[in-house]
Design a protein around this ligand. Structure first.
Ligand SMILES: Cc1ncc(COP(=O)(O)O)c(C=O)c1O
Length: 438
């Protein structure tokens, strides 16, 4: 492993990074095992973010590593256009029991962003197949994050990701569900806010249901700062979409694979979408992969109504990649054998109490939590929003704790193998660092 001083930093244009600042003081992650990274200077870093919301089973797990190694030696790549390889079919079969209800089909992609764009296209293809070619509009939500494809940023609602780029036409946004005056320091789902879903009725009245293909939301918004859905909100979205023949897409790229203490947020909340997008935890982050879970109704409509030839003109070179499929199958075994999907639920109250113990720390204006996720929102510095949280991020890293910050919200989402002692370590260390900044 080269040392920091042997590396040249300028050539890698880093994603979602203040490149100039990073490169003036680079911080590297060089190894990882279970709950910890090893930083470039050799110090251990407790991972309170599962890398980037993806390493749900902990780092470099032996069965997953072994499956990837075996697969690389046996079949490194196989196209899935007009051909196939066994693991992609096996994985789709296994995912049937992971996805809720009648979501029994998988369309594979290479990332969450690709899964989202695929889901939007599948929604339009379905509407066309059942005789509604004019249903091409989408409804997203303010503060939604659906990756960085043009489809994803258009239905997404994070202004910085949209600024300066052309958008897909025909998109409306629901209001976001975050209101500190009504829900600050809620534990689990806030009591207030179900009525915000009724804004969908207004959009439908304005545009006409006959023009709308799908509504897409994250059941819990992660990237925009941990926004937990108000009680009854997702149920209402489901009821309205169903009544108007509009598909409901849940983007579960973060919430899938146990993050909230159930296989999916859909299962946890008991709300059945038509399409689900997943990525990240599907391979424990070890090999890039995204997937759209598709309901029987949607799949069979597209298959049965298409003319001769290819039913759906869409796909990626890496759809169902053998290494990703091998990693995902091994990963599902680990999740199952270790009961990791329910582990978050069993740690819920320890996690929640430890998070809310920061309530009296300086600058804390909200704490929210669900499953093994917590958001700690800080007062921004008046002259420089985001700077306080960024300073906390750096100080935490340098003292051995990896957190994630988005604006002035600290988002925590550790691997599901975390111990109670490590939960306390995270919040004790974070509280100490918050007390050091101004
Ligand atoms: C809800 C959601 N959708 C989509 C994406 C995009 O995934 P990717 O970065 O793999 O393209 C993310 C990434 O964080 C996400 O949180």
């Amino acid at each position: 492993m080269p040392k920091d001083s042997d590396l040249s930093f300028d050539e890698f244009w880093m994603p979602f990074t203040e490149n100039r600042r990073y490169k003036s003081q680079p911080r590297l992650l060089c190894q990882a095992k279970d709950m910890h990274y090893t930083a470039g200077d050799g110090h251990d870093v407790l991972d309170a973010t599962s890398g980037l919301w993806c390493v749900n089973a902990g780092h470099s797990r032996v069965p997953i590593v072994a499956a990837i190694q075996r697969q690389a030696a046996e079949l490194d790549f196989a196209p899935t256009f007009q051909l196939g390889h066994p693991l992609a079919f096996q994985l789709a079969h296994r995912l049937k029991s992971f996805f809720p209800g009648d979501i029994n089909h998988s369309f594979f992609a290479g990332s969450g962003s690709e899964a989202v764009d695929s889901a939007l296209k599948i929604a339009v293809a379905y509407q066309r197949a059942i005789g509604f070619p004019d249903r091409t509009r989408f409804v997203g939500r303010e503060r939604g994050y659906h990756g960085v494809g043009f489809g994803g940023i258009s239905v997404g609602g994070l202004p910085k990701n949209r600024e300066g780029f052309p958008m897909l036409p025909g998109i409306d946004h629901l209001p976001h569900t975050h209101d500190l005056a009504k829900m600050a320091f809620s534990r689990n789902q806030p009591d207030w806010g179900a009525e915000l879903a009724d804004a969908l009725e207004e959009i439908i009245a304005l545009r006409g249901a006959e023009t709308i293909a799908a509504v897409i939301v994250e059941p819990m918004s992660g990237s925009s700062g941990v926004l937990v859905p108000p009680k009854g909100y997702l149920e209402r979205l489901r009821e309205i979409t169903r009544r108007h023949g509009i598909l409901l897409i849940f983007d579960e790229v973060i919430t899938g694979f146990g993050r909230l203490g159930a296989p999916t947020a859909s299962a946890l909340f008991g709300v059945q979408p038509d399409l689900i997008t997943v990525a990240k935890g599907i391979t424990n982050g070890a090999v890039p992969m995204g997937c759209v879970g598709v309901s029987d109704t949607v799949y069979s409509a597209v298959m049965s109504k298409a003319g001769p030839g290819i039913e759906f003109f869409h796909g990626y070179t890496y759809s169902g990649h053998p290494l990703a499929a091998a990693a995902a199958l091994a990963c599902l075994d680990v999740y199952e054998q270790e009961g990791l999907f329910t582990r978050a639920a069993s740690l819920d109250s320890v996690w929640e109490n430890a998070a809310h113990a920061l309530r009296d720390a300086p600058f804390v204006r909200d704490i929210r939590n669900i499953g093994l996720v917590a958001g700690i929102e800080l007062e921004p510095r008046p002259d420089h929003p985001g700077a306080r949280a960024m300073e906390i991020f750096h100080r935490c890293f340098d003292t051995g704790l990896l957190i994630r910050v988005t604006g002035d919200t600290i988002a925590l989402s550790p691997p599901l193998i975390i111990s109670e002692e490590q939960i306390h370590q995270i919040f004790d260390q974070l509280a100490a660092v918050i007390r050091q900044v101004n």
